[in-house]
Design a binder for this molecule. Structure first.
Ligand SMILES: [Zn+2]
Length: 142
């Protein structure tokens, strides 16, 4: 993947992350507003039964069950200590090319780990299903 391609770098920028928070359940008089969520690196990734799932665009950590008083930055750090984005001291706009490439490389590692974990889960589910089928067959044949 080209690290400078449009969709690959898009979510590095606050405004683009903020745009994803349409329909976010916490708007006013709380800590986890769309602005604070986006500032902390989160994008809104709701599903049908979970309207408050947010995921860090960088380390891909998903968090749900937000409370109005939750501080997005603190939550992010405590649930994903290895995330270099939330640990970043500079704004993305202030990084030089070398720093940005380094960050992109780290981000790819998270993507690889996540996709590998998904594959493992898929495999384990398939294996579980297969075992269940074998047991069922054995019972029928007895
Ligand atoms: Zn993160």
């Amino acid at each position: 993947m080209d690290p400078f391609s449009e969709d690959s770098v898009e979510m590095f920028f606050y405004e683009n992350r903020l745009k994803t928070f349409e329909g976010w359940p916490f708007e006013e008089n709380c800590s986890c507003t769309p602005e604070n969520m986006a500032k902390a690196g989160f994008i809104h990734t709701p599903s049908d039964n979970c309207p408050d799932i947010a995921m860090c665009f960088f380390c891909l950590k998903e968090l749900e069950g937000w409370e109005p008083d939750d501080d997005p930055e603190k939550e992010h750090k405590s649930h994903s200590a290895a995330c270099q984005f939330i640990a970043l001291k500079k704004k993305v706009e202030e990084l030089n090319v070398e720093e940005f490439f380094k960050l992109q490389r780290e981000r790819h590692k998270f993507q690889i780990i996540k996709s590998r974990n998904n594959d493992i889960t898929k495999f384990e589910n398939a294996a579980k299903q297969r075992r269940a089928d074998i047991i069922k067959t054995a019972i029928v044949e007895e």
